[in-house]
Design a protein. Sequence first.
Length: 419
Amino acid sequence: MQAEQAREKEIREQICQGETFLGIEFGSTRIKAVLTDGRGTPLASGGHAWENRYENHLWTYSLEDIFGGMQDCYNNLAGDVKEKYGVILTSVRGMGFSAMMHGYMAFDREGRLLVPFRTWRNSNTVRASKELTEYLDFHIPERWSIAHLYQAILDGEEHVKDIAYITTLAGFIHWKLTGEKVIGIGDASGMFPIDSETKDYDAGMLDKFDRLTADRGFSWKLRDILPKVLCAGESAGTLTEEGAALLDETGSFGAGIPLCPPEGDAGTGMTATNSVAERTGNVSAGTSVFAMIVLERALKKLHPEIDMVTTPSGEPVAMVHANNCTSDLNAWAGLFREFAESCGVSIDTNRLYETLFQAALKGETDCGGLLSYGYLSGENITECEEGRPLFVRMPDSRLNLANFMRAHLFSALGALKIG
């Protein structure tokens, strides 16, 4: 008991003295904030659930979704600090933001968003992806920022001529809170190819892209509209007064806090699993799913199933990515929860998923002849441009909970296995 009280007092002092660290990540379905001590031990947390919108045939989040979600997430974290330790969070020693990678946020010279945020989930960039991959002799996935930009050029979109800056979601949030147009190298590697030797965008490919679009008459060069690349450990600016007010509406949280470079969710996954050294790897499963292996050297030739990205320190990484993983599975779990609640049974989320996943272990090896395609969005690996979730069975298939859940778990990882 005394040890617990002493530890709580120590944590309270660290918080009051601004000796803790804050990280906020924008996932596809949840925004998460965690406060840690200097050893990385979690002290408090907050969250905010959100969902992308399918508007005008594109997946997006509004600016209101982004900032409102960030504020609610931080408010929940601050509330957790107050409840656990009885103090108000006013400062930290350092902080950083990460978010879902890729996508397209384009701004004019006044900082106005030119078109709604286009997320990584959109697969309307097939033509751009194929043409750039062939032209650069480097695999450019459909979800990459450069594919979105080039597709807008191919489609003759009016806004392209007015572009002054493009970035990712993490880069955008960092810009608004610090005023700095920078990006972590891992997140940058999902915008445009990176040279792991120079720790910057590939200069030769930048020049080739400018030559490709030279006859379009744009006033900008590609390098001029991309964020500056930074590696882990480099200074990425400090929290401004405006940024602090944007994060914490109560005004309790102060400015002047140093920030690390904004990173992508792949980089945070590699870091959290300690998979940043050569010949290590990890799998990240959520709305999308991807496997990443840190390489000793960059691949010598193009492999269309493999995306070349980097660690937060710029080492080359081979990634196999699938757009769909748990979304359809989550929808079915929600249906089972609704049924339970209709029967007057309240069930904890962890117990719900544990029960369903344990049932899957009892299923037949062929899932009893059941078949699921959990594509809520297009899937580049299997060349499906739009999502159409599908569950089918033959008249003699063996439909039961075990086979049903096994089929959906197989589907969640099917595209990744192909890659």
